[in-house]
Design a protein around this ligand. Structure first.
Ligand SMILES: Nc1ncnc2c1ncn2[C@@H]1O[C@H](COP(=O)(O)OP(=O)(O)OP(=O)(O)O)[C@@H](O)[C@H]1O
Length: 282
């Protein structure tokens, strides 16, 4: 099967020396529900944000639907981006606007500006927005202002908005991190159900390993900007999980040419150790 998204030797360095991604290569296939796990600072958000170019890669390739996204800009980039839906931790809704209009914003890239300004959305889009909102149990909230909803309800609106965009790929950056356990479970369940129904490829960053095991078709473990696990939920043993999360929180920094230094953040900040650097690392 051809991959929908292929990432090759992706490196991201923030500022002068914060190395968030350390040369990641991955292929993602149609219909996969992938959960990315890893400790805080591992590079999960950076990886997701490099895919849709919310963050620009320092080096490497992001090939989506046959296009090199790292090389695109302007209209071409916007066109490819419109095929990638995004769900954010803090929902990113327009609070003073009602729920259905927030969902219809998902279609903005396909609607001429003057139409969106006057709220002239296509009938079929409105119908689909209502169907989606009913599906996630928000039929009574359709005309309420978004900022009157609970966090869990807001995230379900976020899911509907991303789906109405009719994407090929759905990215979710810690979609349940701000929710209570009950709301988190509902949101994960609905995200999983809808993306499986629509046969969407979904990449989700999560801190909760139990949800990863429950919903993912494939789990990727990231540690210090490197893939340390890539397999099925049943292959993710307690030992491997412990290995991914064990150790002190640390940050990779660049020192001079080709030398990476790992700084242990919880040891007063100053204790560093030199790492062996492979051929592919910069
Ligand atoms: N905009 C930024 N500017 C500078 N450094 C950044 C920026 N964003 C992230 N970083 C750094 O890059 C590294 C990876 O961060 P990232 O947010 O991708 O990790 P994460 O695994 O998503 O963490 P968390 O689970 O806590 O959100 C960290 O060392 C972080 O401090």
């Amino acid at each position: 099967m051809n991959s929908l998204l292929s990432i090759k030797n992706l490196v991201k360095v923030y500022g002068k020396d914060t190395r968030a991604l350390n040369g990641i290569s991955l292929d993602f296939y149609p219909g996969e529900f992938i959960v990315i796990i890893g400790p805080s600072g591992a590079g999960k958000s950076t990886l997701i944000r490099n895919i849709n170019r919310l963050v620009d890669p320092t080096k490497g390739e992001v090939i989506f639907d046959g296009q090199h996204l790292e090389k695109l800009s302007g209209r071409k980039l916007r066109k490819e981006r419109s095929k990638i839906g995004m769900i954010f931790q803090h929902y990113n809704l327009v609070g003073r606007t009602n729920v259905i209009k927030n969902v219809l914003h998902g279609q903005l890239s396909n609607v001429p500006l003057y139409k969106s300004l006057f709220g002239l959305y296509r009938h079929e889009d409105k119908q689909e927005a209502i169907t989606l909102l009913k599906k996630v149990g928000l039929e009574d909230q359709i005309y309420k202002r978004a900022d009157t909803l609970s966090g869990g309800q807001m995230q379900r609106v976020g899911i509907c908005r991303a789906i109405l965009q009719r994407p090929q790929l759905l990215l979710a950056d810690e979609p349940i991190a701000s929710l209570d356990p009950l709301s988190a479970n509902i949101v994960m369940q609905q995200l999983h159900t809808i993306s499986q129904e629509k046969k969407l490829t979904c990449i989700v960053n999560l801190h909760q390993v139990d949800y990863a095991k429950k919903y993912a078709t494939r789990i990727i473990g990231i540690k210090k900007g490197t893939v340390v696990f890539d397999g099925s939920p049943s292959q993710l043993t307690d030992e491997i999980t412990q290995d991914i999360y064990e150790g002190k929180e640390s940050q990779l920094t660049l020192k001079g040419e080709g030398e990476v230094v790992e700084k242990e953040l919880d040891m007063g900040g100053e204790q560093s150790k030199r790492l062996a650097v492979g051929q592919n690392n910069e």
